[in-house]
Design a binder for this molecule. Structure first.
Ligand code: TXA
Ligand code: MG
Length: 316
């Protein structure tokens, strides 16, 4: 494995891109101090330049080299949730390329827990900018082969770190004196964040920022290769729903494959994207997901967010 890590670091240092395993999803990573490499991320992903990238660091010390202020609350949250699936958006230092931050004054920093990600960043000696390693708007990769399949003709060295343990992207949040704003829900929940702050004697209001607060928060995102239809309740499709499906999507309503998710949120998150891919490869015109009541629980917030954005049609 050390050989693979050395190769990954060589690629990064010479301005190339790698598929970086993290505990959430695989990233498409570049060294933050090589602007051409950072630019390549946007080109390969076909990602608009107004959607900022997350900077991955080995820990709090390195985060402080990226951000201009490190408030007490950032310290508390980083101590509690790093390394792990939490991205903290803070004022950036001047030297951080505006391409990374899409011209914003802020930068998102995250310390990933995957040991290979840790080793690569530390050996590279520089933080890595990395979005999820999928084409823009498509399903994020949770295994090395997903990254290879996404970038077949482009030059990306994929470091194989096995399947991702968490399976959905990190919680992205912004901080001010009295408030934490969640830009993107992840498996670190609003409740856990409030608890952690409270435990350190900081009273904050934690709320979800809706819609475009995060430039990457598009309604249509995470799309599987077949349309996803979401309906409420476990019963059969009604005649009205069938008609809706065929007129809106131009598919045969009876030709679907069904998405089933584990009852436990952590397990559901782990398999969600792999299931999107597996089902898209099967016979059938579309993927159908029937929503049960548990999906509305707080610990399913991240999963529900992704399903919502991935859906081509919601039947409610
Ligand atoms: O788990 C993850 O976060 C994965 C792994 C690879 O670390 N990365 C990831 O990156 O999901 P990406 O680029 O697919 O999503 C990053 C999100 C985008 O929605 C982006 O708009 C938001 O974070 N973001 C980044 N910097 C921001 C900033 N300065 N202000 C607001 N939102 C920001
Ligand atoms: Mg993404």
């Amino acid at each position: 494995m050390q050989e693979q890590i050395d190769k990954a670091v060589d690629v990064l240092k010479s301005g190339g891109l790698i598929g970086l395993p993290t505990e959430t999803v695989y990233g498409l990573a570049a060294a933050i101090n090589i602007p051409q490499a950072v630019k390549k991320i946007f080109l390969l992903k076909e990602r608009p330049f107004f959607d900022p990238l997350i900077v991955h660091v080995t820990g709090i010390e390195q985060a402080k080299e990226v951000v201009a202020d490190w408030p007490q609350l950032a310290q508390v949250l980083a101590e509690k949730f790093w390394p792990g699936p939490l991205t903290i958006v803070l004022k950036k230092q001047l030297h951080i390329d505006s391409l990374i931050t899409a011209d914003l004054e802020t930068v998102g920093v995250r310390c990933p827990a995957h040991p290979l990600a840790q080793q690569v960043i530390s050996q590279a000696g520089v933080p890595l900018a990395a979005p999820s390693a999928n084409k823009f708007g498509k399903t994020s990769p949770t295994a090395a082969e997903h990254v290879r399949a996404e970038f077949t003709s482009e030059s990306v060295f994929v470091l194989d770190g096995g399947p991702c343990q968490i399976g959905v992207e990190s919680t992205v949040l912004g901080i001010n004196a009295t408030e934490v704003l969640i830009y993107r829900p992840g498996m670190v929940s609003a409740e856990q964040i409030a608890q952690a702050a409270k435990g350190a004697g900081i009273e904050v209001k934690v709320s979800y920022l809706s819609s475009m607060a995060s430039p990457g928060n598009f309604k249509e995102h995470y799309m599987p290769r077949k349309p996803l239809v979401i309906k409420k309740g476990q019963g059969q499709l009604t005649t009205g729903q069938r008609e809706n499906i065929s007129t809106r999507l131009g598919v045969r309503p009876e030709h679907f494959v069904e998405l089933k998710l584990p009852q436990e949120a952590a397990l559901a998150a782990r398999v969600l994207y792999a299931e999107f891919r597996r089902l898209a490869d099967q016979e059938g015109d579309y993927i159908l997901y029937s929503v049960g009541d548990t999906l509305l629980d707080e610990q399913f917030a991240a999963i529900w967010d992704r399903l919502n954005r991935a859906a081509s049609l919601m039947l409610f």
